[in-house]
Ligand binder design. Structure first.
Ligand SMILES: CC(C)(COP(=O)(O)OP(=O)(O)OC[C@H]1O[C@@H](n2cnc3c(N)ncnc32)[C@H](O)[C@@H]1OP(=O)(O)O)[C@@H](O)C(=O)NCCC(=O)NCCS
Length: 179
């Protein structure tokens, strides 16, 4: 097991990236009702409050086991959680880290995902051993590819039948940003 991680608080133009807490259950509940987010994350589909709280607890486990940094994306002014951005470190020994993100539907289109991914990416590339950041985007997901592009990532190509999403094999674009 990797050593435990300490999550910093990162501040962007419009977001504050911080640890998840029990007060964030309403955001997790909204994400759980999204048609797409539960298919690509560990957010419980149509999760009740107990399942949403378990999701919050799992984020602390990721720090404890050293598998990655799970940030709640909070509105910088109100500190209300609106989403999640995750830096995964499973391939850190190869110099690579992965980035994943979602924002609840009611808060989309405000530039929050772009700000959050830009902020995390800039910080992540200062971490020892992180030479390259990767993220995967389905070709139809224009909102996500524009988020990635705005955060300095470039699309490198299409990975055919890369992963199962909702029980179906899906192609994924590989996006990266290097140190
Ligand atoms: C992808 C997602 C995180 C974007 O969140 P957001 O907070 O609305 O994004 P932003 O407001 O920061 O916008 C980022 C860019 O996407 C564009 N965008 C946002 N929604 C869009 C849409 N529905 N269609 C096209 N472009 C869109 C914005 O114009 C902006 O582009 P620009 O910087 O070139 O102007 C959000 O739609 C989401 O959570 N989707 C479901 C989960 C998901 O797909 N996660 C990513 C998996 S790879």
């Amino acid at each position: 097991m990797s050593p435990p991680l300490v999550l910093p608080t990162l501040v962007g133009d419009a977001v504050r990236l911080r640890a998840f807490c029990a007060d964030d259950v309403p955001a997790v509940r909204e994400a759980a009702s999204d048609p797409h987010i539960p298919l690509i994350t560990s957010v419980p589909a149509l999760g009740d409050d107990a399942e949403c709280l378990a999701f919050v607890a799992r984020q602390a486990d990721r720090l404890a086991t050293g598998t990655g940094y799970p940030f709640a994306i909070a509105d910088r002014t109100s500190d209300v959680a609106v989403g999640h951005v995750y830096l995964g470190l499973r391939d850190l020994d190869l110099g690579r880290a992965t980035v994943g993100y979602w924002v609840v539907r009611s808060q989309r289109g405000r530039g929050l995902a772009g700000d959050a991914v830009r902020t995390v990416a800039g910080w992540a590339l200062t971490l020892p051993g992180v030479e390259r950041l990767e993220l995967y985007v389905e070709p139809w997901n224009v909102a996500s590819s524009r988020t990635a592009a705005g955060a300095g990532f470039a699309c490198e190509g299409l990975l055919r039948s890369w992963q199962s999403v909702g029980g179906e094999r899906r192609d994924m674009e590989m996006w990266s940003r290097s140190r």
